[in-house]
Design a protein around this ligand. Structure first.
Ligand code: ADP
Ligand code: MG
Length: 243
């Protein structure tokens, strides 16, 4: 689905990604773990070109996203195929739940307003929030907002989903409802990359775990390999700190 080769990103002098080479196959659920500031968000944002890599390649299906000849309009179209959900929901505060979900599909001419509405209600049902369709974001709990954000991303019918710490801003009692929605998606074989500190979730749901430290993939493997039999000293130290 997506492949990076020697992906690097620097902000001025600061080298944040120091050459990430990896591949995410269709249907895989990849959890990305690692210390704060290690480049996890930057890596995700490079995958859908929200950030322009300094060097290296990102290949999405047959399209080289890092091809300098690629036009902005083409990149926008490809971005539609890669849904993203952030820590802080980023819902439009002055739009209702339904409007939040229907906006992009209608604007990008993926659907007529009527089609978008049908799809939005279907998605809201899926995330358990049909009764909130006319609410505004400030009338929702954090967990509900995040479920709306997930429904909104899915409304574009993406081929893969990126989650950047989707539960980090939530009160503990709301983490589960959001993780359950993501778990359902994973079960439906949505290709997923999720940056998370929820190690139990990663163990249960991920097919593969990447441990990123200081802008590099230090170690990767199945959840069992990485959590139960880490090979690298840095992985062991990180896991010791968080458990
Ligand atoms: P993580 O998600 O693993 O916590 P990030 O990818 O957010 O890490 O950040 C990695 C490093 O890059 C940090 O040192 C951060 O301060 C820096 N960084 C991230 N975004 C920017 C930016 N837009 N400009 C300058 N530095 C940035
Ligand atoms: Mg981050």
């Amino acid at each position: 689905m997506i492949k990076t080769t020697e992906l690097k990103k620097a902000y001025g002098e600061l080298e944040v990604l120091k050459g990430i080479t990896t591949q995410i196959d269709k249907g895989e659920v990849v959890a990305v773990i690692g210390p704060s500031g290690s480049g996890k968000s930057t890596f995700l944002r490079c995958l859908n070109l929200m950030e322009t890599p300094t060097s290296g390649d990102v290949l999405f299906k047959d399209t080289l996203l890092t091809d300098p000849k690629l036009k902005e309009a083409q990149i926008d179209t490809i971005r539609e195929d890669i849904g993203m959900v952030f820590q802080h929901f980023n819902l439009f505060p002055n739009k209702t739940v339904l409007e939040n979900i229907c906006l992009a599909p209608v604007m990008r001419k993926k659907a007529t307003p009527a089609q978008a509405l049908v799809k939005a209600e279907e998605l809201l049902k899926k995330v358990g929030l049909l009764d909130k369709k006319n609410a505004y974001p400030n009338q929702l709990s954090g967990g509900q907002k995040q479920r709306v954000a997930i429904a909104r991303a899915l409304a574009m019918e993406p081929e893969m989903m990126l989650f950047d710490e989707p539960t980090s801003a939530l009160d503990p009692e709301m983490v589960k409802e959001v993780l359950l929605v993501i778990q359902d998606l994973a079960k439906s074989h949505m290709t997923t990359v999720i940056v998370t500190h929820e190690m139990n979730f990663a163990k249960k749901v991920a097919s593969r775990v990447l441990f990123i430290d200081q802008g590099m993939i230090v170690e990767e493997g199945t959840p069992e390999e990485l959590f139960d039999f880490p090979k690298q000293e840095r992985t062991k130290i990180f896991l010791d700190k968080i458990t």
